[in-house]
Design a protein around this ligand. Structure first.
Ligand code: SPV
Ligand code: MG
Length: 302
């Protein structure tokens, strides 16, 4: 099934679905292998893994390059965190075109200004996009997609920026009318009060996506009861790998040896498996057979 259709099925299913963050092809492969149906290509995680801030310091084409590796390496759909769409409607619709060319299944855009700042950094000082301008961006993106199943998710940052429920609902409704496929309602609270209040008023006008990074202790069952469509676990592979790399590097540095880390790190064989070395070995049998079976030059007995 096409990746776009897979993502459309995920978003429109009446069950609670979950997707997991990846920031490169390796983490994307791992997310697929453990059983997730989809991937969140997180802006925070991709920028952090490139060594830059989540402020559009990585250009959109640099993000595309990462996505191409992620997409080539996996068969489940990728939803890109497209920040603000990297400019106005024109930049955003060109983004859609380039994403479709790489079999990216959908993109989420947020109603802030370019260059954006991560929602958990001084959220209340962040200006929101003009509603009409943002609606024009959504329309341009939907009008430009070639595959009817490509998904545009619109992310409402009203709670993040310190506005209330009325503003959040007003924006979500405007984005619905502009043709978005789903609403991501974001919150930086450590409980789910904002999300609950939104869901009560919103009903099921369109599927709702959440990112419970700060309200992680709310049971997933609660999201199911609220009628949430999709949960994004947005940065946990990045954070897990930072911890693992820091601990390993520190240990090796202080021991001046690798002996103490060996039992705790992934065996090389597992790395090769993730890279699908086996496929290359089989292909060599097929395509390089006669060459591989002949002894190396200079060792033949003449
Ligand atoms: C991301 O993963 O980059 C997100 C989600 O946008 S958050 O960091 O929670 O804003
Ligand atoms: Mg982001």
């Amino acid at each position: 099934m096409k990746k776009t259709t897979q993502l459309r099925n995920i978003i429109s299913s009446n069950k609670l679905e979950k997707i997991m963050e990846s920031h490169n092809a390796l983490s994307a492969k791992i997310v697929e292998k453990v059983g997730f149906k989809g991937i969140w290509a997180s802006g925070l995680s991709i920028s952090a893994s490139l060594g830059v801030r989540d402020n559009n310091e990585a250009s959109w084409t640099q993000v595309l390059d990462v996505l191409e590796f992620m997409s080539d390496a996996t068969s489940i759909p990728i939803l890109l965190d497209g920040d603000t769409g990297y400019g106005n409607f024109n930049n955003a619709r060109r983004l859609v075109k380039k994403l479709e060319q790489r079999q990216i299944a959908g993109v989420c855009i947020e109603d802030k200004l370019f260059p954006k700042t991560n929602s958990f950094i001084r959220g209340e000082t962040q200006p929101l996009a003009d509603i009409d301008e943002f609606c024009g961006k959504i329309k341009a993106m939907k009008d430009s997609q070639l595959d009817e199943d490509f998904i545009v998710v619109s992310r409402v940052e009203a709670f993040i920026a310190g506005w209330g429920l009325t503003e959040a609902l007003k924006r979500a409704e405007a984005y619905r009318k502009a043709g978005t496929d789903a609403i991501l309602i974001h919150s930086k609270r450590t409980d789910s009060l904002e999300i609950e209040s939104f869901m009560k008023e919103w009903g099921n006008r369109l599927p709702v996506v959440i990112v419970p990074t700060k309200y992680y202790s709310v049971p997933t069952e609660r999201f199911r009861e609220m009628g949430i469509s999709l949960v994004i676990w947005a940065n946990h592979n990045l954070r897990a790998s930072i911890r693992a790399m820091e601990e390993t590097s520190r240990q090796i540095y202080s021991d001046e040896s690798i002996i103490n880390v060996e039992p705790y790190i992934t065996p090389l064989e597992h790395v090769f498996r993730l890279q699908d070395e086996e496929e290359l070995a089989k292909a060599e049998q097929r395509y390089l057979k006669s060459y591989r079976n002949s002894p190396p030059r200079g060792t033949q007995n003449d």
